[in-house]
Design a protein around this ligand. Structure first.
Ligand SMILES: [Zn+2]
Length: 146
């Protein structure tokens, strides 16, 4: 899981949510494709990108939502997505959001909170950030986000 990769995102990856009061969601589809292409071309080693950390592996094993697309690296159907929430009062490594009630609780906290969706393959441990999105903008945005 690499929220820090946000610094390498190109402007073309940014998808602005047009609804008033909503902070932008950011898609990492293009950077993901660049990484996949580099592996498939042999410019990057597969081991570099199939490196899910133990905690991410654990969360993915128990809480991932399956994706309808195959793993871009190994072709397995074991590709899933997990969501982590980051913000004040949450663990440094983020909190894994496992269901809609948890998401609703995070929205009601009234503190700025951002979600990170990470895809993980349980066959080869490929992992990549798919998107980040606002869960709550804090008290100021609570009414809009309720
Ligand atoms: Zn895979």
């Amino acid at each position: 899981m690499v929220p820090g990769e946000a610094g390498s995102v190109s402007l073309r990856d940014v998808v602005v949510d047009p609804r008033p009061g909503r902070a932008a969601s950011v898609s990492y589809r293009l950077t993901r494709q660049q990484v996949v292409d580099a592996v498939l071309d042999g410019r990057r080693d597969r081991a570099e990108v199939c490196d899910a950390q133990p905690e991410l592996r654990r969360v993915a094993t128990h809480h991932a939502s399956p994706l309808s697309e195959p793993c871009p690296i190994c072709g397995s159907d074991d590709l899933g997505v997990v969501t982590f929430a980051f913000g004040p009062g949450l663990p440094n490594g983020g909190r894994c959001v496992t269901d809609i009630r948890e998401m609703q609780r995070l929205r009601r906290r009234g503190r700025p909170t951002r979600g990170y969706r990470v895809e993980v393959c349980a066959a080869c441990w490929w992992n990549h950030l798919r998107e980040t999105f606002p869960i709550s903008e804090g008290s100021r945005g609570r009414r809009l986000l309720g």
